[in-house]
Design a protein around this ligand. Sequence first.
Ligand SMILES: Nc1ncnc2c1ncn2[C@@H]1O[C@H](COP(=O)(O)OP(=O)(O)O)[C@@H](O)[C@H]1O
Ligand SMILES: [Mg+2]
Length: 282
Amino acid sequence: MRDMAGAAERSKLQILVEELRFEYPGASAEALSGIDLEFQQGMLYALLGRNGSGKSTLARCMNGVLAPGSGRVMACGLDTSCEAGRRAVPATVSMVFQNPDTQMVASTVEEEVAFGPENLGLEPDVIRRRVDDALGLVGISDLARRQPLRLSQGQKQLVAIAGALAMEPTFLLSDESTSMLDYSARTRVLELFEKLRGMGIGVVHVTHFLEEAALADEVIVLDAGTVIARGTPAGILTDPSRVRSMGLDPLAVTVVAYELGKLGHSVPEILDVKELLAWLYA
Ligand SMILES: Nc1ncnc2c1ncn2[C@@H]1O[C@H](COP(=O)(O)OP(=O)(O)O)[C@@H](O)[C@H]1O
Ligand SMILES: [Mg+2]
């Protein structure tokens, strides 16, 4: 009995994806063709893959927007095969999207961030605390009274993330949330994801920037609706020809390391320029 209770507790901190298949109505092929994955809280995952490989569909299945065609998604103990499960999931698996403009509905930042908790039917003082906490966590308390639509893209995305965090989720899914941002805003979002991981939140970041994927604990690569690679960033991203075969652009530093290897140098697995320079000048 105790083991079963332990397993139930653990399942609340995981997203389990089992033999998941999904096909959009009228589509000629499955968007997801048998996915088996598990995601743990307190980990940062990067979900990669060429356009149309199924990343957004998988993310939508993980937060209950889409029901599995077949197979199963257990999101924090909730079964998304049933409607009640799907309705409950977004409170614990929150999602942010590519374009912050499409996510803004309220006239001030604090109202925007309060939107999710209000939908949960929480008491006003609880909502107030959650909004203040989320704004503080994201580092935008000073924007509370501003109009979302007057903010920069990067600030708007931080507001959207604060809104997701005000749900006090176990997981945050980011579907290319950095792709429309400039470098400094992207850096800020990535630093925030690392902070959330440290607080025990599981972050699943869909991205096509490999330098972002290099920060993850685990990299998952999709192609044509299946998982074609899964492992550490160093294990997956350091071989440029393998990365190209997965439909991705390799990191420049890995190309340099690979070319040095061809010249006979034994270069360690390197993912960033500082590491390469440290090795070169060691
Ligand atoms: N709403 C939709 N209706 C029909 N087909 C879709 C829809 N959304 C995505 N697809 C198809 O499903 C596949 C996976 O798409 P998607 O999950 O959006 O991939 P990614 O996010 O990796 O670019 C693609 O072939 C895409 O054309
Ligand atoms: Mg997508």
